[in-house]
Design a protein around this ligand. Structure first.
Ligand code: SF4
Ligand code: SF4
Length: 372
């Protein structure tokens, strides 16, 4: 049973104390910050590095930052990065070998022992992390690199009080309110001259960190305001997706002509899989230095959109863009359910926003299933 302490109020001027407290406890604090015109996730030391007073507008193939009239810290929707960059990094050394005489021997196993505090995790992203847990640690095969990082993270979730143009977490049952999988969950409220967070703790660690911060019990009126803001986000989702019977409908429409229509636009650039918080495909590369004395094995993100990804003896299984897009979408929404007992999509909308030609998973599903 999950622990749930009574919600409290943290004044916005004390948000910096939360970061300081986590850093003092040995965590590397990572959270949203602005870089290259987008809100990305990176190391942050102080609250001024958060996207203060900024929001974003998102549509198919479009992402723009905009100023707000207030000094909100978390009034944006998810950007191109997801937390998988820390749990399942884009490039990771798996092991190193050194020549000893005529043989090679292991010199180290490159484990990451960093304790991360994730600041600003959205509800859909908590679900994405739990989906990757099924892939990397809860199944028959376990990934020690993932598990080493995962077991030490401290999660500060943030409930969404506005939805983005490409969001559809409500359809997927994954948001906009954080339900489980966090240590602390914040709802940011700005009303008149008041700016505060309604904070819930869901773990012993979360309660301990919160206890050391200046806070007071939340009133019924403050909780009502926070809940209304979350409900508003729920009603303003930019996209929707019918999930009833979806797996079967996709299988039945395996040869639907719309797959070809999407393929005529798809650049097979793999952006959608890079930004997706649940995609987990990878490849490995072995490298040696010029002396031939040292060798390393690296794991790198790969994508079902690359032709090489499905290469088996004699050639690739999926040579056409049609077969690769169809593989990606039917895996996400169909075969993933058979493999891991859950959809592979959390409705974050990233693949729609960051597709250079605006291919939209919700629209393509509608067409392929004839709107059923
Ligand atoms: S669907 Fe869009 S993002 Fe994905 S591979 Fe095709 S063009 Fe790239
Ligand atoms: S498939 Fe698209 S909307 Fe679904 S989780 Fe991945 S990036 Fe987000």
């Amino acid at each position: 049973m999950k622990r749930e302490d009574p919600p409290v109020i943290l004044d916005s001027k004390h948000l910096g104390l939360l970061l300081e407290s986590l850093k003092k406890s040995g965590y590397l604090t990572v959270g949203p910050t602005v870089r290259d015109g987008a809100i990305v996730i990176d190391e942050i030391d102080k609250v001024t590095q958060l996207p203060v007073g900024l929001t974003d507008t998102q549509e198919g193939g479009t992402y723009r930052l905009q100023s707000r009239k207030d000094a909100a810290f978390f009034a944006y929707n998810v950007g191109p990065h997801s937390w998988k960059k820390f749990l399942f990094p884009p490039e990771q050394r798996l092991w190193t070998l050194k020549k000893n005489g005529t043989k090679f021997q292991f010199v180290d196993i490159a484990d990451n022992t960093t304790r991360y505090a994730f600041i600003g995790v959205r509800a859909c992203e908590l679900q994405a992390m739990s989906i990757q847990d099924r892939v990397f640690q809860n199944g028959h095969f376990q990934d020690s690199h993932y598990m080493n990082v995962r077991k030490n993270i401290f999660v500060v979730a943030v409930n969404c009080t506005q939805a983005g143009g490409t969001c559809f977490c409500t359809s997927m049952g994954t948001g906009p309110e954080a339900d489980t999988g966090y240590d602390l969950a914040l709802t940011e409220v700005i009303t008149g001259s008041l700016h505060y967070f309604v904070v819930r703790s869901q773990s012993r660690n979360g309660a301990k960190v919160l206890e050391a911060l200046p806070h007071k019990p939340a009133t019924a009126a403050q909780l009502k305001t926070a809940n209304e803001m979350i409900a508003q986000a729920e009603h303003e989702m930019g996209r929707s997706l019918k999930t009833h019977n979806l797996k079967t409908l996709l299988y039945e429409n395996y040869e639907h002509p719309h797959w070809e229509a999407v393929a005529s636009r798809c650049l097979t650039c793999a952006n959608c899989t890079m930004v997706c918080p649940t995609c987990f495909c990878s490849t490995v590369e072995d490298v040696t230095d010029l002396t031939g004395e040292n060798a390393e094995r690296w794991r790198k993100w790969d994508s079902c959109f690359s032709q090489e990804f499905s290469y088996v003896h004699g050639g690739s299984v999926r040579v056409s863009a049609k077969s690769r897009y169809r593989q990606w979408l039917t895996h996400k929404l169909g075969t993933w359910v058979e493999q891991f007992g859950t959809s592979g999509c959390v409705g974050c909308g990233r693949c729609i926003t960051w597709c250079p030609v605006g291919i939209d998973i919700t629209e393509e599903v509608r067409r392929v299933t004839n709107g059923k």
